[in-house]
Design a protein around this ligand. Structure first.
Ligand code: C2E
Ligand code: CA
Ligand code: CA
Length: 433
């Protein structure tokens, strides 16, 4: 058996495959090609083992290795990356259709019943696909996305799923260009944090801010976070940006002067980071460096982060033990986590802007918002509504029992200096506090 080879099938093993994947991502980057990663699981493999015995199971795995090699072109890479999980890496594809053709070919080969001795089985497999750079430009994220697509295909009862697109319609060249520029943006001082005020619904006293990142590129001007954050997430740059955001937000917040007592600073945490073990250390370092009495760090996570719930719950609990609060952002828009809602280690829930903006016109939005607020309160969570642009919406949210409000009605995201001026104005308005 060669080093890095799977003993049973002769394909590359997971470790070896990850090394190949890293290299191929670099090539794709350099040559601006598209790379497709296909991962495949055998359906009901444990049942096959249980019914026909492990020897037969082994034969099935060997058979699949042969099929997979048959699907690949010269220059493609095949591997066994888990018990019954295989991977096929296709460099230089045109688009996801190209990868789906390979999947179809594989499914056709699987349709032929597999026979060993008197045993015959019809094999089926579920497949997940992710593309670099469209879905991820970081090898580990690319593999995670393909595996996630596989899990969602299985949940949906279909045999193949492609990782969902980020939604932006940038062409490939544009995508790579933005990524390269963003990589240097921090060093060139093109990034800034802005702060949007949050007020208590009862008396409109400021209680904190949400920190939002801004990028003014020297060549493109202002680039929206909706464009550059997903690119940062897919390239792995997001970690560096988030560490910077945490430190900058805590540092600037420690300089603000106001009479409002305890003040929260909310920083957005991308899903990829919530799963990382060193996150609590990163947060603790930032808190040690810049923390100040009366400033409370809030970490905004999305429902997406909770998909791998046990693992992320553990990390969130550690963050709370450090004194940070956890807020669930964009609530109601993602994967519903109602089933384990009561167990989520969180302090606060943010009602998504899409519900808030429909409050005056759409009864469904009223019902959803009202449900979310009741549910949150029942589990001891505070509720923040975001995207409030007018008085009638504020009144409606007050009637529903919402605790905190954020939106253009109170203030737009502002640079640190301007936020201080905003706080000065608010202090005058609330004199006597
Ligand atoms: P988000 O976390 O949901 O942030 C709230 C967004 O709503 C912000 O958009 C804010 O400017 C906007 N907003 C606030 N009040 C109103 C309002 O009354 N009306 C309207 N129409 N919009 C309002 P922004 O700053 O463009 O950020 C967009 C998204 O980008 C954020 O959504 C967040 O997902 C992401 N993002 C921004 N900064 C960061 C960051 O530092 N780290 C990470 N990971 N993501 C960030
Ligand atoms: Ca947020
Ligand atoms: Ca939000």
């Amino acid at each position: 058996m060669a080093l890095g080879e799977d003993e049973l099938t002769g394909l590359a093993d997971r470790r070896n495959f990850l090394a190949v994947l890293r290299r191929q991502v670099v090539f794709a980057n350099d040559r601006r090609n598209v790379l497709a990663l296909i991962v495949m699981d055998v359906d009901g493999f444990s049942r096959i083992n249980a019914t026909h015995g492990f020897d037969f199971g082994d034969q099935v795995l060997r058979h699949l290795a042969v099929l997979l090699k048959g699907v690949g072109r010269p220059g493609d890479h095949t591997a066994r990356i888990g018990g019954d999980r295989f991977a096929l890496l296709l460099p230089r594809v045109l688009n996801s259709g190209h990868a789906e053709l390979a999947v179809q070919k594989l499914q056709r080969l699987l349709d032929v019943p597999f026979q060993v001795g008197e045993h015959q089985v019809r094999l089926a497999a579920t497949v997940g696909v992710a593309l670099c750079p469209q879905h991820a430009t970081h090898p580990d994220y690319l593999l995670r996305l393909a595996e996630k697509a596989l899990v969602s295909a299985r949940a949906a009862g279909i045999n193949c799923a492609v990782s969902p697109d980020g939604g932006e319609t940038l062409d490939l060249a544009e995508f790579w260009d933005i990524e390269i520029e963003l990589d240097g943006a921090l060093n060139r001082g093109e990034l800034a944090m802005h702060y949007q005020p949050q007020v208590r619904v009862g008396d409109l006293v400021p209680v904190g801010v949400e920190a939002l990142m801004r990028w003014t590129s020297r060549t493109r001007g202002a680039v929206k976070p909706d464009v550059f954050i997903p690119i940062a997430e897919r390239s792995g740059l997001i970690k560096k940006l988030t560490i910077w955001a945490l430190n900058t937000a805590l540092r600037q917040a420690s300089q603000w002067e106001h009479p409002f007592g305890e003040f929260t600073v909310a920083v957005n945490l991308p899903p990829a980071l919530v799963a990382q073990h060193d996150l609590p250390d990163l947060v603790e370092n930032a808190m040690k460096l810049w923390g100040r009495e009366g400033i409370v760090l809030v970490l905004e996570i999305t429902e997406r982060s909770l998909m791998d719930s046990r693992h992320s719950f553990d990390i969130l609990s550690r963050l709370r033990a450090l004194g940070a609060r956890v807020s669930i952002d964009d609530f109601g828009t993602g994967y519903s986590c109602l089933a384990y809602f009561k167990d989520i280690p969180a302090d606060e829930l943010k009602v998504d802007r899409s519900f808030v903006s429909g409050l005056l016109t759409d009864t469904a939005s009223v019902h959803v918002s009202s449900l979310i607020i009741d549910l949150a309160h029942r589990f001891g969570l505070a509720v923040v509504a975001e995207g409030i642009e007018d008085e009638p919406t504020l009144t409606a949210l007050r009637a529903l029992g919402c605790d905190t409000a954020q939106g253009y009605l109170f203030g737009r995201p502002l640079p640190s200096d301007d936020l201080q001026k905003w706080l000065d104005g608010a202090a005058l308005a609330h004199q006597g506090l």
